[in-house]
Design a protein around this ligand. Sequence first.
Ligand code: TYD
Length: 197
Amino acid sequence: MLITLEGLDGSGKTTVWEALHDSHPEATFTREPTESWYGDAVNRAIDDDDADPLATLFLFTADHADHLSRTIRPALENDELVISDRYSDSRYAYQAAALSGSDLTRPMEYIRGIHSAFTREPDKTIYLEVDPETAAARSGSTNQFEDAAFLAQVESNYERLIDAEPDRFVRVDGTQSPEAVIESVEEIVDRLRAEDA
Ligand code: TYD
């Protein structure tokens, strides 16, 4: 079973993902951008304010292809529980926002189309909800994606994704205390595991 964690920068995903290591030690924990050289290239693009957004999309997508073949598919074939901190929805939400002023008429549909040929959809996606102002303030606005106005577009893209697939997403209020967020997510993962058994 593949569970992904999504949300704006500063939504607390990574803290939750780290806490889940203790409560679900049997799971395979992974993340995007990955720690491969593809992930290094992605991180260079994230830190370059002049990076071409279409080029950045393809770097992220290359990293995803490698992540699927090297980590995700082998673990799922082994019947493992896989928990990924960010996954394809991050592209659908962030790169669709980054490409909103480009020549592409429907960036999100375009990005989804590229992925649909080869990706593996998550079974469930836990969405940590925070407002864009909180997200920008918590993340410290250290890169091009952490600006409140940009994150407002990302948030509305996530909302579109949730509207399109309400059964795949589970919302968690990310403005609660870290302990409360962790507890909510641990309960959700336990429930999903029990339903899957
Ligand atoms: P991440 O390492 O998850 O940052 P954080 O832990 O601060 O949330 O992701 C790095 C940045 O890359 C973050 O601003 C979100 C962005 N991002 C995309 O724009 N598209 C993607 O597909 C992914 C995986 C991340």
